[in-house]
Ligand binder design. Structure first.
Ligand code: QZP
Length: 403
């Protein structure tokens, strides 16, 4: 019998470009295609970590929380080797069974009935805000709408102090840069966010929360014995870390897509029942959260290559969401497509706790724009706000052409 060589343990193909470099972050989609084509798993030489960018492999890894764990951090830093820059999140940076307890508690706070109750007030705020913007005609979508709307409703939803709320934006940008390497984005945003981090720590304490917000609901869960007082404080911090810049850039990226594809805006106006599909397609086409890491708890074999135990693996959610193996004509923004199955909100046990909040925010904003705005016309060059984790805009100047 002829000897058979079974090839295992091979090293994945190398990829030299730093995925946290300015050039990569400024235009990630060009590099995502290269990453997907290089193989199902690559070795990212710039940080000696592994990377996966195809839909199948990224979603398989997200499903397998035991082999691809979160408790060693979902950033580049391995909590088993380095102390985290802040106390770990009790949701994001935990594994089952610890995760299940905090997650269930938070799921009860962010309930569908809680959201439904908020919707009329959110719609009224969106209508008033957009009405004023259409009257001005020339606006910058990022500060004037994408930042202004979430800041108008989310702090009230949590029950935060009024003074200093705008610091939430800097706080979360630093948190999201904190998942990357200690590059200039990390250092600059953290230097800038010192006051914001202090404000958030203050705002999360029981005595600073109003009686009718989701923050106090978390403390009520502590009173009922579902978590400790210290855990409640850290869970409220999760709302503030996760709930602001994500929805800001989700709304910004969606409206940017409509500015680039005026035919899609016309299609939405012709059939506003497409707005839910449009939101999912916006998330698929330009995913706010571009990447997160996992850490392997054992050797992982993928098509003859091995990822050793204890490796950091960078999962490119945004690349998976444009994988042509999964999505026909993947680079096209098409609000009539069925984008369900996208992993912009992640997948598996950690799938976004706030996804229904994000969707409701986007929906009321679209509801406000559809009857009032005939066209979202680009009126100048966009500026990006480079971030190690988020695909973010600093400026999106447009003319809102009145309907
Ligand atoms: C989740 C936390 C919003 C997610 C994309 C990421 C996230 C960030 C922070 C936290 C949770 O602090 O719990």
């Amino acid at each position: 019998m002829a000897p058979v060589t079974i090839k295992t343990g091979a090293t994945p193909p190398g990829f030299d470009i730093d995925p946290f470099s300015d050039t990569f972050l400024a235009d990630p989609y060009a590099y995502h295609a290269e990453l997907r084509e290089a193989g199902p798993v690559v070795h990212l030489a710039s940080h000696d970590v592994y990377g996966m960018a195809r839909y199948g492999e990224v979603s398989d890894a997200l499903r397998d929380w035991a082999a691809f764990c979160s408790s060693r951090g979902v950033g580049l830093s391995d909590f088993a080797r380095e102390a985290p820059w802040r106390p770990p999140s009790l949701l994001l940076e935990t594994d089952p069974p610890v995760h299940g307890r905090t997650r269930r508690l938070m799921n009860r706070v962010v309930s569908l009935s809680a959201l439904k109750a908020l919707r009329p007030a959110w719609q009224a705020r969106a209508d008033a805000l957009v009405g004023g913007l259409v009257a001005r005609r020339q606006i910058d979508i990022v500060p004037d709408l994408a930042e202004a709307f979430p800041l108008a409703i989310f702090p009230d939803t949590i029950g935060l102090p009024v003074e200093g709320r705008e610091l939430l934006l800097d706080h979360a940008l630093a948190a999201f840069n904190g998942f990357g390497p200690r590059n200039h984005l990390f250092e600059q945003s953290h230097a800038r966010a010192a006051a914001a981090i202090e404000w958030v720590a203050m705002a999360c304490r029981r005595e600073n929360l109003s009686a009718d917000g989701w923050g106090m609901d978390v403390y009520r869960a502590a009173d009922a014995g579902d978590c400790s007082e210290d855990e409640a404080e850290r869970l409220v911090r999760s709302f503030l870390s996760a709930g602001v810049d994500t929805t800001v850039n989700g709304i910004g990226n969606l409206l940017h897509a409509f500015a680039l594809y005026p035919d899609q805006w016309r299609a939405l106006r012709a059939d506003p029942s497409l707005s839910r599909r449009a939101i999912e397609e916006g998330l698929r086409w330009d995913s706010t959260v571009q990447t997160f890491f996992r850490t392997t708890t054992r050797d992982i074999a993928i098509e003859g290559c091995t990822i050793p135990e204890g490796s950091k693996v960078l999962l490119f959610y945004a690349a998976a969401n444009r994988d042509p193996r999964k999505w026909p004509d993947a680079d096209r923004f098409d609000i009539t497509r069925n984008a369900s199955g996208h992993i912009a909100f992640g997948y598996g046990v950690h799938q976004c706790l706030g996804q229904m909040v994000a969707r409701q925010e986007a929906e009321v904003v679209l509801n406000a724009l559809i009857p009032r705005v005939a066209e979202i016309r680009l009126a100048g060059p966009i500026r990006r706000r480079l971030n190690n984790t988020l695909h973010a805009l600093a400026s999106l100047p447009v003319e809102l052409v009145p309907a």
